[in-house]
Ligand binder design. Sequence first.
Ligand code: ADP
Length: 607
Amino acid sequence: MESITNKVEGSILPDTKKVGSSNKNIERNHRILIIDDNEAIHNDFRAILESKDENAIDLGEEKNAIFGNQQIKEKLSNFEITSAFQGKEGLLKIQQALQEGHPYAMAFIDMRMPPGWDGLETIQKIWEEYPDLQVVICTAYSDYSWHEIVKKLGETEKLLILKKPFDNIEVYQLASALTEKWYLTQKARSKQEELEQIVKQRTELLEETNRQLTIALEEAEEADRAKSEFLANMSHEIRTPMSSVIGFSDVLAEEDLTENQKKYVELIRQSGKNLMQIINDILDFSKIKAGKFEIKMIECDLDQILSEVESIMGLDARNKGLEFKIIQKEKLPSQIYTDPTRLRQCFINLIGNSLKFTEKGHIYLIASLEYDNDNKPYIRFDVEDTGIGIKSENMESIFESFSQVDHGASRKYGGTGLGLAITKQLSNLLGGTISLTSQLGKGSVFTLTIPVGMDIKPKSSSAKYDTSKNSTINSDNQNNTKLSGSVLIAEDCPSNQLLVKIILQKMGVDVTIANDGLEAVRKAQSQSFDLILMDMQMPEMNGYEATKILREKNITTPIIACTASATEGACKKCLDVGCTDYISKPIKRDELYKTISKYLPLIVSSV
Ligand code: ADP
């Protein structure tokens, strides 16, 4: 028996599966196995089920009532009967049929078959190997109660009980119904397997696609990180020497030069500035795209911001022969809650464009206080120019990145097409909006709105700029204000050393140089200075260590950290080690002046 079971598991079951395999065309199956120890019973079954002549079946009176006269011929199936006389033999026949790929659909099994297995035992063994077989158990007596049958075989819909003596029609009906049931079960299973197969294939496909997408996403993120890093490094690497170029040309421009030399120096200075602007735009744009743009909202002085804009842009505008005014139409609040650096950047971008695209006439920056629908105050800034104007069909698209109205024109005027995209992003980050009206050939007005962001504090009457009438803002006259005192510059780069030294000397300051942190510590201990300008990235000993040591040695001289990245975190790091203030590298003359003048005595000249 054991060898049979093994054989069954090894080779017959796959055949069983084959019956229901998804690709197999399931056909109707009329194979019936009779397992009974009484030969006469076999003959009875054959007589009922094998006959092709309906009259041979004694359907009696019920014939018409059940089948109806007309359909009986079509209804009679041609069953194929196999006989087995003991349970074991029945099992063997079933195994054989499975192996041959022609399984039985159903079996009539006698309950009592001495000396071998009885009906229940036979069914048990058969279902262990071929659970699909539909079974009718034939019993003359109540050998087992229904309860006992269920206990042995489990509750199943595959088993029916036929009491002896048989009713011919009942036998025929059972054969028809159960072979059909076998067929439908196989078909349903085949369909289900087919669906499962499809689902499996789709799932595999989706998993594979997902896997590839994850890999692609990781690669893209890595490439994006590498790109941002590359951009940040490159722009730093380019900005550093460019600031030397600009710085020295500034210094050179103040020397006694011939007219031609002045022209050449101015060209170098202007080209350097343009290149710097492009690099800054690209860096800002990539930072905004990566969501790494830092916005630092603080309470700030609006006059101060406008005054800085005037000093940065006013001179260039007037040099071009344009009238330039900053007009305050309403009583503006003295303080607003915003990021002054970014707001200034918006103005510089907008006014820079006006400068580029205006040949004659004026550029005005007009500021007014307005209220939105919720009665919240905001400042409206109109940058108005009398330049070439913009066609209405281009007004939307110019706020998109790398968008320029006309390539011919942009070649003439230069630019990257990033300025307005950055300005739009910045105004959104500040909680505001930007819009445009323009007339071709007449000029443009770019309107920027920024929330006041806090309770309005009225300006004191001593405010620098009287807002009761239209007023213009003048630039600082810092050139007339000299400084005095001694400054130690700790800086390893020779060109930076020289540039800062010249700028400081021009401001009236005595300068001493230290080439690294160690030398700075030594010099600051042996000599007293009014101020130390400390580069934070230096070989041998960096600025952080040098500052720490100086503070540990109770040197209280103000130390201004010069740091390449002026992010909040980087600045805090400088203050944490004991620096007094910070300034971002590359060093700009105005910024340097503004910062060091807080710590050095001023000498106001009487010019
Ligand atoms: P770009 O660096 O090319 O100036 P922007 O994004 O700042 O990039 O501007 C996009 C385009 O919008 C410009 O190339 C120009 O065609 C148009 N534009 C911007 N400002 C003005 C203006 N004030 N007058 C006329 N055209 C302008």
